[in-house]
Design a protein around this ligand. Structure first.
Ligand code: T5A
Length: 209
């Protein structure tokens, strides 16, 4: 059977990486084979594109160039890692995917949604998440967590209004896709969020059995 494809989304510092690691441990303990990966990145070529995209020195990057680089990294990632893993029955847990482009380059930068959707189809082919978890957190709280780690990357350096549009973009995306995209309150403790994610997943696994 094709593996499950689960993506994690949200504003900067919302706790995705922490929760993906928790879920990986939980699923592996249940006997699942799991691939943990991230966007932009996940393959050597896509990680090289990530360096380009997040380097604060690249503040001249145009919105269109930014969009195409995120999609280029995704196309490589899907072809080289995600599709083969899913076809071999592996559960894929991915830190950000196409919904981040819809929120950041669409809601954040103001690029038209129909154009983004066309590019998503080119980059992802038929590979689309079974479940997307948006960890929703007030922007200031997430940015404070991210900045506590050190120097802000190029995207973290965008102003608060940009990140507010991104947060709204995720909330609207969930409202448009209630079957696939689920919101979890990111102000809860790490344990509470992990429990909520396990409950969502249990429902999905039961529905598939
Ligand atoms: N981007 C990405 C686009 O613009 N378009 C796209 O198409 C794609 C794919 C990627 C950047 O690129 C943008 C989005 C991003 O700006 P990134 O480094 O991957 O850059 O950035 P993030 O995905 O935002 O990753 P972060 O590591 O910053 O955030 P996480 O993974 O959400 O948060 P996490 O788990 O590392 O936690 C951050 C801190 O908070 C603590 C953790 O211990 C950690 O210290 N924490 C909590 N504290 C209190 N309560 C909780 N519940 C907590 N959960 C975690």
């Amino acid at each position: 059977m094709r593996g499950l494809f689960i993506t994690f989304e949200g504003v900067e510092g919302c706790g995705k990486t922490t929760q993906i690691e928790r879920l990986r441990q939980h699923l592996e303990a249940q006997g699942h084979t799991v691939l943990m990966t991230r966007e932009p990145g996940g393959t050597p070529i896509a990680e090289a594109i990530r360096e380009l995209l997040l380097d604060p020195a690249h503040d001249a990057l145009s919105p269109a160039a930014e969009l195409l680089l995120y999609e280029a990294a995704r196309a490589q990632h899907v072809d080289e890692r995600i599709r083969p893993a899913l076809e071999s029955g592996t559960t894929v847990l991915c830190d950000r995917f196409a919904d981040s482009t819809t929120a950041y380059q669409g809601a954040g930068r103001g690029l038209p949604r129909e154009e983004l959707e066309h590019l998503h189809r080119i980059a992802t082919g038929d590979v689309w998440p079974d479940l997307t978890i948006v960890i929703d957190l007030p922007v200031e709280a997430g940015l404070a967590r991210a900045r506590a780690r050190g120097r802000a990357d190029r995207m973290e350096q965008q102003d608060v209004a940009f990140h507010e549009r991104v947060r709204q973009g995720f909330l609207e995306l969930a409202a448009r896709n209630p079957e696939r995209v689920r919101i979890i309150d990111g102000t809860q403790s790490i344990d509470e969020i992990a429990a909520a994610i396990r409950a969502l997943l249990a429902g999905l696994l039961t529905a598939r059995a």
